[in-house]
Unconditional design. Sequence first.
Length: 223
Amino acid sequence: MGTRYHTDVFEHISEEKKALVLEAASGEFARLGYTAANINVIAKKAGISIGSIYKYFTTKENLFLTVCNQSVEMLTGKLNEIMEYSGDFFDKVEFILRIIQEHSREYAPMINLYNEITTEGNRELVKKLSYEMESVSARCYALLLEEAAASGLVAGDIDLKLFAFLMDSLFMTLQFSYASEYYQERMKVFIDDMILDQDELVIEQAMLFIRRAFSPPAGKSDS
């Protein structure tokens, strides 16, 4: 997200204080959604006054967008890691799955915030956020698939953009399954109660699913 939504005052406070404010805000927005989240509660959890919040962001929307900005910056950093990771397409997909398992647990409030955005009733806000957040991963996954198709590693007759979307949808579901209580329970219903402790099994079976979906038919090379 190229636009800066915080003020110069926020820019000049300590990194520790910034982190406290954004952590409190992301947790509150993730728990209640944008509309129901309370600025007073966020200020209290961050250990600052309500006046300071408005000196930092001027509006509730700007605070929300700053939190989302942080999430996009983190996502961009992870995607850059993926693009630089050595190995072929399937190696990189496995790397993505491992990042999802680790990142979703460590940054659960941010993942749940993203989940809340998908149900937010503010159409203009959702439209802006969906474009700015999704375009980052869409470009990355489309490029990975384009390179893999050119090398013959994946089937050459697939619609690259559609397959990038389907692959990202799988990644999103896995993210929510490690971060959200509802999706955790859903995962247990489909598989078993111990699945959240079986990371290697999830990786193994997800890779089997992806290889069979993306690889050229047996005996056929698209290179």
